[in-house]
Design a protein around this ligand. Structure first.
Ligand code: AMP
Length: 193
């Protein structure tokens, strides 16, 4: 199955995508993880992306398209994938459709994990302590939430208009939320088959 996970920074996309990956046996593709890997490895891409990420801004659509096109072309993505962190705006959502058209497999399900922003600021403050991510400091978090509202939230309607969107309440234990997501995928699969 080809799934896009949507949700604000700190909504639990990464955690839930990792669970789905194990349950469904398809890769979890996180553009944030790919970029953090590039920063760590000190590649040209990493050097370009590092300051942009630390501020909480978006890396350019052209660079992201190159990354996602090459990752989706890999063997393990041919039977499906869970995208986490891409698309981040409407330009990317349309670019993704273009890439998937070339590969002849469209996005099947978009799942939005819905949490309120209060909860997010708390979660990310905890993650900042645990993981030390530069973009989890209070200023960068506020900025990332603004970027999400302005640029990423319209992507929700993009998939809604195509009849591909499901929304899942993102507050509760990790297990409760993953059960909701799995339920939605099963129900959605039955409805559309
Ligand atoms: P994430 O781990 O998904 O929260 O991503 C961390 C940071 O990586 C973001 O704040 C952006 O700076 C950058 N990033 C990740 N995915 C994208 C994307 N699809 N487009 C642009 N920038 C991205």
């Amino acid at each position: 199955m080809r799934i896009v996970l949507l949700g604000a920074p700190g909504s639990g996309k990464g955690t839930q995508a990792a669970i789905l990956k194990d349950q469904m046996g398809i890769p979890h593709i996180s553009t944030g993880d790919l970029l953090r890997g590039a920063v760590k490895a000190g590649t040209e891409l990493g050097k370009q992306a590092e300051a942009i990420m630390a501020r909480g801004d978006l890396v350019s659509d052209e660079i992201m398209l190159g990354i996602i096109r090459s990752r989706l072309g890999e063997d393990d993505a041919q039977n499906g994938f869970i995208l986490d962190g891409y698309p981040r705006n409407l330009v990317q959502a349309k670019a993704l459709d273009g890439v998937l058209e070339e590969l002849e497999f469209p996005v099947e399900e978009a799942i939005q994990i819905d949490v309120d922003h209060e909860g997010i600021v708390e979660r990310l403050a905890k993650r900042a302590e645990l993981e030390g991510r530069a973009d989890d400091d209070a200023d960068a978090v506020r900025h990332r939430l603004n970027v999400y509202e302005e640029q990423t939230a319209p992507v929700i309607d993009y998939y809604g208009d195509q009849g591909k969107l499901s929304q899942v309440y993102g507050v509760g234990s990790i297990e409760e939320i993953s059960a909701r997501i799995l339920g939605v995928l099963r129900i959605a699969g039955q409805e559309r088959s």
